[in-house]
Design a protein around this ligand. Structure first.
Ligand code: SF4
Length: 581
């Protein structure tokens, strides 16, 4: 089964902003922290936020006894100004996470109400956004659910028309016609949000290429339900699911191409989970070569054998770049060291996996003993190989392994949290990507150099830099993909600190530096001509960054494998190059 993900799906700007503000408050402010109404229309995400310490106050609740301290977050839908004042008088600190696009609609209503206009709001009268908008209309706002409601409105002098931001764009013209027919002078404001519009257009476009559509998101989410009804209107079999568990394999039997989209309040990890389940359903009972290859690839990825293979391949390039004769033990050290570190750290830091890669988390849980055992065994093998190579290499690798193992271990007592929130190495901002890239760079370039009693010369430094940049590009891109899960667990990765767009710019710069290091190293006669051949890896990195920007294959096994394939490419190119020279 081919899976096509809609270009725009998942968190919109407003929801993402509200969730980020809430998580920031949960991680860094003294409690209690409340959200005024469920922060987003997604029960699973709300439950998760709740487990992180975000309590929900039912919006509009008249009795707020006992709630008189702490912080309250106003969600993206906004609230009537009276409600906000009430929260402030209770002594709560208010964080206003109202979406800027909703604030704009509130401002339109407020301004025109003051000028004597009556606001007509097209939307659901019970939706919190509409309740909030009405609060800005000085008691004069009127809500319509469709063109048929216009006739029932009282006689009015001057009117304006606005829409709930998540309404169906295709129906807006009908509403305008009905309002204009009664009030030709009416002022019309199309306040349907661009994010909503884009998601709806994408669903229409995608519907032409698929046989069935899976819409992921809360059953209580208006915009998700609308996406499902748009897909149905396009004549496509549509399944609206909240989680992967609601997918029914029987209903999807015989479907060759399925589309996936998600509402503005659906977190990435839930979309990913649904994609993985669809992949599984699509290949169930399929014994074709493709299906078996896909299962095997998935196993290699989940068990970290794939990334270890990449490390082994990349170490081949590192050895040859330094002009050191290849010994299989050096490659073995890289393979087993990376496998051990990735595996053991996953077990020590399981929480992030639950959100970033639920499939991996389940796999780890199911095969805990074997996987943990394989991690320990790999660590022991890498150290034994290092000992066989020489004492210097053993001491170096033992040091690197200790650092790798200490990454997720609390080193500072909890009682010191008053003075520092950095208890583990992984709490250091950006440490995930920088430590990982640094660990690979040092191990892959220095093990052969130390083993061959090679001087730590310019070639060794350049090689370490090249490995660092290659791993950095892969790892920082992974941080962007995993940004929502990392936020939930309070991990400060590069994209969380500087933002996704800036991180992507850094990645482009890293590709530039990588090319410069390879070409410059060769031109200055510090590196062999293999450096020029390896510029193909820089080009490959550009290729997957472009694919990522197009956002068409995130979450799929294929994309994950595609990124790490760059290391295998480096190894293969080095191997061919060695055969040619
Ligand atoms: S759908 Fe648009 S208006 Fe609503 S929260 Fe998202 S970005 Fe803001």
């Amino acid at each position: 089964m081919k899976i096509k993900l809609a270009k725009s799906s998942g968190f919109c700007m407003g929801v993402r902003r509200a969730v980020e503000m809430a998580l920031e408050a949960v991680h860094h402010r003294p409690g209690p922290i409340y959200s005024y109404g469920p922060l987003i229309h997604n029960p699973q995400a709300v439950e998760l936020l709740n487990s992180k310490g975000l309590k929900v106050i039912e919006s509009g609740r008249t009795d707020l006894d006992g709630i008189n301290r702490g912080t309250v977050i106003i969600r993206a839908h906004g609230v009537p100004p009276q409600e906000r004042r009430r929260l402030e008088t209770l002594g709560l600190e208010v964080i206003d996470a109202t979406c800027p696009r909703v604030i704009r609609v509130q401002a339109i209503i407020k301004k025109h109400t003051a000028q004597g206009y009556t606001p007509i709001i097209w939307g659901n009268p019970n939706h919190p956004e509409v309740v909030g908008l009405l609060g800005h209309a000085d008691g004069r706002g009127l809500v319509i659910g469709g063109p048929e409601d216009v006739a029932g409105l009282p006689d009015l002098d001057r009117v304006i028309l606005v829409a709930q931001t998540t309404q169906n764009q295709a129906l807006f013209e009908g509403i305008v016609e009905a309002v204009k027919a009664r009030w030709p002078e009416a002022l019309i404001f199309n306040t349907i949000c661009g994010a909503t519009q884009r998601r709806q257009d994408d669903v229409r476009g995608l519907a032409r290429q698929i046989e069935a559509m899976v819409v992921v998101g809360g059953h209580n989410s208006g915009n998700t339900t609308r996406l499902a009804s748009i897909a149905r209107d396009e004549g496509i079999r549509t399944f609206h699911v909240e989680t992967d568990e609601e997918l029914n394999p029987d209903q999807l039997a015989g479907v060759n191409t399925v589309g996936v989209t998600a509402g503005a309040s659906t977190p990435n990890w839930m979309i990913k989970q649904v994609i993985r389940e669809l992949e599984r359903i699509g290949r169930k009972g399929d014994t074709s070569f493709r299906a078996v290859a896909h299962r095997f690839l998935r196993f290699l990825l989940l068990s970290n054998l794939y990334v270890a293979l990449g490390a082994g391949a990349l170490s081949l390039a590192a050895i040859m770049l330094q002009g050191i004769p290849v010994q299989i033990e050096y490659v073995g050290v890289a393979f087993f060291y990376v496998h051990a570190m990735h595996m053991l750290n996953l077990f020590m830091d399981k929480e992030a996996s639950q959100f970033n890669d639920p499939d991996r988390a389940r796999f780890l849980e199911r095969h805990k003993t074997v996987l943990l055992g394989s991690g320990i065994l790999s660590g022991l093998i890498s150290l034994s190989l290092a000992l066989v190579i020489g004492l210097k290499v053993f001491i170096f690798l033992a040091l690197m392994s200790t650092l790798g193992l200490l990454y997720a271990v609390p080193l500072v007592p909890k009682s010191w949290s008053r003075w520092t929130r950095l208890r583990r190495l992984k709490d250091i901002p950006s440490s995930k990507t920088l430590f990982l890239s640094g660990g690979w760079a040092l191990t892959l370039s220095l093990v052969p150099a130390l083993a061959a009693d090679h001087r730590i010369d310019q070639a060794a430094v350049l090689t370490a830099l090249i490995i660092f940049l290659l791993v950095f590009i892969r790892s920082a891109l992974g941080d962007i993909i995993e940004i929502q899960g990392d936020r939930v667990v309070g991990r400060e990765t590069i994209p969380i600190i500087i933002g996704e767009q800036k991180t992507l710019s850094w990645l482009n710069a890293a590709v530039g530096f990588l090319t410069l290091a390879l070409v410059g190293g060769w031109a200055l006669l510090l590196l062999p001509s293999l450096a020029l051949v390896l510029t193909a890896c820089a080009a490959y990195a550009v290729f997957y960054l472009v694919l990522f920007r197009r956002e068409q294959i995130i979450g799929s096994t294929f994309f994950e494998a595609l990124i790490d394939a760059n290391f295998i490419l480096a190894g293969l190119l080095s191997w061919f190059w060695a055969g040619l020279v």
